[in-house]
Design a protein around this ligand. Structure first.
Ligand SMILES: [Zn+2]
Length: 168
């Protein structure tokens, strides 16, 4: 993970200027998780959180360095490293079937674990749905089937497209 930060800094894709942080040329902020969570708690609408997460997921996919990766598997590994740098939790691939456009992800230490009022990782489900829609080249849905907020040791997400869903 630190390797990725070093790489991003060296290639100037992550730049710290006075009063400005640029990640892939886009203004970026670092703020305490409680502040971010209080904003998401104020949204109060889980569907809206999911949709907002999807926007970030798509942004992550279009991060310039990913365009240099031809192989979809390597691109996905970079995406996950990038996700993990952001501090939402430790995301891992549980299973992926590129041909069937289905995937399972696990997440340890979800930041939403410390949220007082949000009962699941809707924003993170959205992020995964966003970047996997780009990886699979088709709109995907991401459902969190296990969550630390519901007593599971870690969170688990199932990703599928409308087409792959209809096969099962
Ligand atoms: Zn969760």
């Amino acid at each position: 993970m630190y390797n990725l930060i070093t790489k991003l800094s060296l290639s100037k894709q992550l730049r710290f200027e006075e009063g400005r942080i640029l990640l892939f040329g886009k203004p970026t902020i670092i703020l305490p998780a409680e502040c971010f969570l209080s904003l998401t708690e104020d949204v109060g609408n889980y569907e809206a959180l999911y949709e907002k997460g999807k926007i970030l997921g798509k942004e992550l996919y279009f991060a310039p360095h990913l365009n240099l990766v031809e192989d979809e598997k390597k691109a996905l590994i970079l995406l996950i490293q990038l996700f993990n740098v952001l501090g939402f939790g430790k995301l891992r691939i549980g299973e992926i079937k590129f041909d069937e456009k289905r995937a399972i992800f696990t997440l340890e230490n979800s930041i939403f674990g410390i949220s007082k009022s949000i009962g699941g990782c809707y924003y993170i489900s959205g992020i995964i749905a966003g970047f996997m829609s780009e990886v699979f080249g088709e709109d995907t849905e991401c459902i969190e089937r296990e969550c630390i907020k519901r007593g599971s040791p870690r969170c688990e997400f199932v990703v599928m497209t409308k087409t792959s869903k209809s096969k099962y």
